[in-house]
Design a protein. Structure first.
Lengths: 208, 82
């Protein structure tokens, strides 16, 4: 019965948004502070993932809120405030990433699967007794999963985060990063393969 | 129907999971998957790490500490100066 619960939560969030939006647009005391305190922690988590530098992440959150305050009258309420703010902090973080000195692309080849001449995998994978998704969803595996994402080379980590975690579409990621949609898809696939290799020891299966 | 190798199947994983494989390629992919335990296992693990990343980051968001007080103050002060 997840859907009705989700629907109720969504409805409650929209009602809370409507009240806060009224206060923000009317310039009522404390409205900006409430917005910052309500959503700031999550936005900082998103910025930290994308930028890895604490200083840059804090700058991104500040800039995101200032953008949001400036454009609050344009927010039409079709999305949740949290969704709107999330997109703003992702965009600001991407601008910061683009402004950084471009690093040479690190190779990921050592984390990709190897194949024999006949096209078969060089390695045998073991499905084990517990489904891989259930095993990795365990509380004690969360730190390892996050660390593995952080271990990916930046060019790949950014695309994995944008596509799989932050839910940005292929076309938009391509436009934001100035690369082709096919390059986005290829890097995403490589990043997922590399993540699988990094997490293979957690699955009780041979790594590479 | 084209006979696929494990190498070809591995390249199609992302498009298979997102439902973007052309019908004929998908049919060949599924025939290979049906016969190849190693590819089924690789697909399971590939899909699992996507889900694991999403779960870990969603938990990170849910458990995010409140914004540091000095940053809250800095944002509100910067807004006042605008």
């Amino acid at each position: 019965m997840a859907a009705p619960q989700q629907s109720t939560a969504d409805s409650e969030a929209r009602q809370a948004d409507a009240v806060l939006l009224d206060d923000l647009r009317a310039g009522r005391a404390g409205a900006y502070e409430k917005l910052v305190r309500s959503y700031g922690g999550r936005l900082l988590a998103v910025a930290r993932r994308l930028l890895t530098s604490e200083e840059d992440a804090r700058d991104a959150v500040q800039e995101a809120f200032l953008n949001a305050f400036k454009n609050i009258h344009r927010f039409e309420g079709q999305a949740l405030l949290s969704t709107w703010l999330h997109r703003i902090v992702v965009n600001v973080s991407l601008m910061k990433l683009r402004s950084r000195k471009r690093k040479p692309e690190e190779s990921l080849d050592h984390l990709l699967p190897a194949f024999r001449d006949d096209g078969h995998f060089a390695e045998r994978f073991d499905s084990g007794s517990e489904p891989a998704d259930e095993r990795l969803a365990r509380e004690e595996e969360q730190t390892a999963v996050r660390a593995a994402i952080d271990d990916l080379p930046e060019h790949y980590r950014t695309i994995l985060l944008l596509r799989d975690i932050e839910g940005i579409g292929t076309q938009e990621v391509a436009e934001q990063l100035g690369i082709t949609p096919n390059a986005v898809k290829l890097r995403l696939h490589r990043a997922r393969q590399a993540l699988r290799t990094l997490l293979a020891p957690r699955l009780g299966r041979p790594g590479r | 129907m084209t006979k696929l190798t494990c190498r070809a199947c591995a390249e199609f994983l992302a498009d298979y999971l997102s439902g973007e494989l052309e019908i004929e390629v998908r049919a060949s992919f599924e025939v290979h998957l049906d016969r190849c335990r190693n590819c089924r296992c690789y697909l399971e693990q590939y899909a699992a790490v996507i889900k694991a990343g999403q779960t870990a980051c969603a938990r990170e968001n849910e458990r995010a500490a409140p914004l540091p007080e000095e940053l809250v103050r800095a944002i509100l002060e910067a807004q006042k100066l605008r």
